[in-house]
Unconditional design. Structure first.
Length: 713
């Protein structure tokens, strides 16, 4: 690392304020760890990158040609009642996005993703080596094991651990230990992993990981020219040594769920009881496997206990249809997320379900005896929408055409298909839960800047299923207790998708928010995959009060990406705007149909070249006493001018473990300063209030004196 000059400047800050409690003298630490949006040329700010210790035989150095320039990180101290400014802030005039302006430029080759042949559609972001750059875990769908061998003929890659060098990724899969196995196999293999979520479970300052795997049957490998064999592994808790090297927890660790049916489909780290230790909310189920979702309480040292029943989260076997309709049965889950939906500081727990089964929403109910949960799945409007009509289903119409005397069949229209198969159970398929959705991800974000987190659900929707089958849409938080949502509909929110012809399929599985223009409103990227005609969609958030409103962006202004499955959002190059990495699925390819698959499921990198024309700030939060160290669950409110935006440090969401960088990014538009309010995830729900200048990444440590650190050449 070149010359580092550090100044410590004592600043005054508003003390931490406690809701319902006495004032505190506790302040906050601010450390500038990234400055000027001036590394757009691909230079990388050196962050203690000692690669010498890495085994050259196990690491493909994908970033050896990167320069090691150090970005100027000077700043203006801007806390309330602070001493006069000693360094300048960074402010640009600001501009609004208009159609016809390029937002992204593809940098897949520059970032060496093609050299490493990174091919996948499940992505998890986290700074695993603590250098301030967002690293990436990529997996391919399903249970797949890697074979690591000198014999290229049998080498297989399905999982990648990628270290971010600032302008290129470095493949450290083997060296990281992330895919270490417990079994003894005839070849060197990697552990299959489907679900990945990062969190600091032992509060030691680095990100550990949950690696989830459907353990119902072994993964079979058949290397060319060798006898096949099975890989029998389980879910694991992986502990980080601080450098991005992981080791498995004890063999009897509760998260391995030895001797139990374990089919994890999503995971979200959360401190559900605000005791300062991370817990794990885990969805279970998937295709045709209704199972009990699980909550594991952490002890802050890497130990966990199953608190599902004691927290009131117990659900029932799929035996009574009435229970399923009321959201009381197990889930066939495809995702999990934890999010504070009513602003009380305690996270709600949600699971999105496949198979048109009800989604689950559990509202936190803190009390003297701890935190328990009430099932608000149906009452909240999250389980399924209110359209429970069944007579638009083409197979129902086929049935009724031949059974006109059956209940409800008299006025059902004729089908638009040739009735060559009977895919309809008349009594069962008319139930409310069978007219729900096939839910992939649930995105939790403040979509209309009213201070409440709304939801966006992705759904697989087939034309033949009719309007009763739920489609992807926004659920607007009504700010009620118990929690309820309205569903304005796609037309009212600008999220309609045009289809050519009568027959279509919406394969919406992954989605995420990305403020691509730094205007302080959460835009939306939606992945469409697995069926002809599906591609990625980008929607600009144009809300000006009231319900969320979006405007679809032309692919000419962002990019064309067919069968878009999997996404990762972060300021990967640290230049002040959010970049986007997208994955690809080759399911159901059809060369004669629109939006066909590409030749390989190559992951693609798109650098944001628009956003830093507006102002921004980033917050890297570190929890202090009473809060978990990773600050997961911390809520940050940023006001710049007339616009206020709320974000939360997340612990994972989405289909089989999506996760974005825990560093929060806020667009400020034309504004050079912002009022920042941080509510920490401790039981006092303590609050810090700061005034910050644009153009910097701030490191804010709870409960310490304010400090500014400048890194200069």
């Amino acid at each position: 690392m070149d010359l580092i000059k550090t100044r410590y400047i004592a600043l005054l800050a508003l003390g931490a304020i406690f809701y319902g409690c006495q004032d505190s003298e506790s302040g906050g630490t601010i450390t500038i760890v990234s400055g000027d949006a001036g590394v757009a040329d691909g230079s990388v700010a050196d962050g203690a990158r000692d690669d010498a210790a890495m085994d050259a035989q196990t690491i493909s150095d994908l970033g050896a040609d990167s320069s090691q320039a150090i970005a100027d990180s000077s700043t203006q101290g801007g806390l309330p009642d602070a001493a006069p400014s000693v360094v300048e802030g960074r402010c640009v005039p600001g501009s609004s996005f208009v159609a016809g302006t390029a937002i992204f430029a593809e940098r897949t080759s520059d970032w060496k993703l093609d050299r490493a042949e990174v091919k996948g559609n499940r992505m998890t972001v986290g700074d695993i080596d603590g250098d301030g750059y967002a690293d990436l875990i990529v997996r391919r769908s399903g249970q797949r094991s890697d074979i690591f061998s000198d014999d290229d003929a049998i080498a297989r890659r399905h999982n990648w651990v990628l270290r971010n060098r600032g302008n290129a990724f470095q493949d450290i899969t083997t060296a990281s230990g992330f895919l270490a196995v417990r079994g003894d196999y005839p070849l060197t293999v990697g552990r299959p992993t489907e679900v990945v979520a990062f969190g600091d479970v032992d509060n030691d300052g680095d990100l550990d990981a949950f690696s989830g795997l459907d353990s119902r049957q072994a993964v079979m490998l058949e290397p060319e020219g060798r006898e096949g064999f099975g890989i029998s592994e389980r879910s694991e808790l992986l502990l980080n040594d601080g450098t991005g090297v992981f080791t498995m927890a004890a063999e009897d660790h509760p998260l391995r769920r030895t001797g139990q049916q374990d089919v994890p489909s999503g995971a979200s780290w959360v401190d559900y009881d605000l005791d300062g230790d991370l817990d794990l909310w885990m969805s279970q189920g998937g295709l045709g496997a209704p199972l009990q979702d699980r909550l594991f309480a952490g002890d802050g040292a890497g130990g966990f206990t199953d608190e599902t029943s004691s927290a009131g989260l117990q659900t029932a076997e799929w035996q009574q249809i009435a229970n399923i309709n009321q959201g009381l049965g197990h889930t066939t889950a495809w995702s999990a997320v934890a999010c504070d939906l009513n602003g009380d500081g305690y996270a709600e727990l949600l699971t999105g379900s496949y198979g048109r089964a009800p989604n689950h929403l559990w509202q936190a109910q803190p009390g003297e005896d701890g935190v328990r949960y009430s099932n608000e799945s149906v009452a909240s409007g999250y389980a399924f929408d209110q359209d429970q009509s069944w007579d638009g289903n083409q197979f129902a119409r086929c049935y009724c055409q031949s059974q006109r005397n059956a209940p409800g069949c008299q006025d059902v229209p004729a089908p638009n298909i040739r009735c060559s198969q009977m895919n309809w159970r008349h009594q069962y398929d008319r139930e409310p839960f069978r007219n729900g959705g096939n839910s992939g991800a649930t995105v939790c974000a403040d979509l209309n800047n009213d201070g409440l987190f709304d939801l966006y659900t992705t759904e697989i929707h087939h034309w033949w299923a009719g309007d009763g089958s739920d489609g992807s849409e926004v659920l607007v938080n009504q700010g009620t207790d118990p929690i309820t949502f309205s569903r304005p509909g796609r037309a009212a929110t600008g999220l309609e998708i045009a289809h050519d012809g009568l027959m279509w399929d919406e394969g919406h599985i992954t989605a995420g928010t990305i403020d691509f223009d730094n205007d302080g409103r959460q835009d939306l990227y939606l992945g469409g995959t697995d069926y002809a005609g599906n591609r990625g969609h980008l929607y600009q958030n144009v809300t000006e009060g009231g319900d969320p409103m979006f405007s679809e962006v032309s692919t000419a202004d962002f990019f064309e990406h067919n069968r878009s499955h999997g996404m990762a959002v972060s300021d990967f190059d640290r230049d002040g705007d959010l970049d986007l990495i997208v994955g690809h699925s080759r399911a159901r390819c059809d060369a004669n149909a629109p939006n066909n698959c590409y030749e390989t499921p190559q992951v693609r990198f798109f650098e944001n070249i628009l956003g830093n024309q507006n102002n921004w700030l980033q917050l890297d939060l570190v929890g202090g006493p009473g809060s978990n160290r990773a600050a997961i669950g911390a809520q940050v409110t940023v006001t710049a001018g007339e616009r206020t935006e709320v974000q939360q440090v997340g612990g994972g969401y989405g289909h089989f473990g999506a996760q974005r960088d825990r560093v929060l990014h806020f667009g400020l538009g034309e504004h050079c300063d912002a009022r920042v309010v941080v509510r920490w995830p401790d039981r006092a729900r303590s609050v810090q209030v700061l005034d910050l200048t644009a153009g910097h990444r701030y490191r804010l440590v709870q409960g310490e004196l304010a400090e500014v650190s400048d890194v200069v050449e």
